[in-house]
Design a protein around this ligand. Structure first.
Ligand code: PGA
Length: 238
């Protein structure tokens, strides 16, 4: 895992945007894996400013809450439209987010994994990391699912995400997430982290161990991972 430490959040976002631009320049029909949360917002702002050509790009998002449809302001589909897709020339028909509004979430997860298999590759996957070490919504556990699946959110994740909702009771308790195996389909993975609040999990991630209790640590098995973190997130590293 290669690590780049940037001065601040802005520089982290700009560096990640350059990596995305490189993929768009090199690949004819790029498949981008995208993430939600606060961390990639700066990256999406940069991409919106750069006037890149996304007309041939397909995107797949990591996860979605169960029970929210795409018109719900806290759904990840809505987030992606607002933060990125409405500002670039991507064809929305080529943007995929798991569907959390279907009555059969298990089937929706299987359908999403089939879509990923059909696409066959992700050229670049963007990831954030949760305070508990989750990637997507792959929460710390004794064992982790490889394909896209339905997951029960950890209390700490619900608490962390409550800031986006009027009350904690409104935060969905379940989600559909790409599994670790789905994420590993990516040729290259960029993990972003910013701020002091992430310093402790980044320190644990960078140590010499792997554990399903820290899902991001499994990324150490992937041959092409770039961790871009700002100085605050790196502040506990030796
Ligand atoms: P954040 O979330 O970017 O809002 O910190 C990261 C994550 O939970 O993956």
């Amino acid at each position: 895992m290669e690590i780049k430490i940037t001065k601040d959040y802005q520089e982290m976002s700009e560096l990640a945007a350059k990596e995305v631009a490189k993929v768009l320049a090199e690949v004819k029909q790029p498949v981008l894996g995208l993430a939600t949360g606060s961390t990639p917002v700066g990256l999406y702002e940069e991409l919106s400013k750069m006037e890149l050509d996304f007309s041939k790009t397909v995107s797949v998002n990591l996860d979605e809450y169960i029970g929210l449809d795409g018109n719900h302001p806290q759904s990840y589909r809505y987030f992606m439209n607002e933060k990125l897709f409405n500002h670039i020339n991507i064809d929305k028909k080529n943007t995929y987010v798991p569907d959390g509004s279907l009555p059969d979430a298990q089937q929706a997860a299987r359908d999403y994994e089939e879509l990923l298999s059909k696409l066959g590759r992700i050229d670049l996957q963007i990831l954030g990391i949760g305070n508990n070490g989750h990637i997507g919504f792959n929460e710390p556990d004794r064992a982790l699912s490889l394909p896209t699946h339905v997951v029960k959110l950890e209390e700490s994740t619900i608490e962390a995400n409550a800031r986006f909702f009027d009350s904690i009771d409104e935060v969905p308790k379940e989600a559909i997430t790409m599994g670790v195996g789905s994420i590993f389909k990516a040729k290259k993975i960029i993990v972003l982290a910013s701020g002091k609040a992430k310093a402790s999990i980044i320190k644990s991630l960078v140590d010499e161990y792997v554990s399903t209790e820290l899902p991001a640590s499994l990324l150490k098995f992937h041959p092409n991972v770039l961790l871009i973190i700002d100085q605050a997130a790196a502040s506990l590293l030796d």
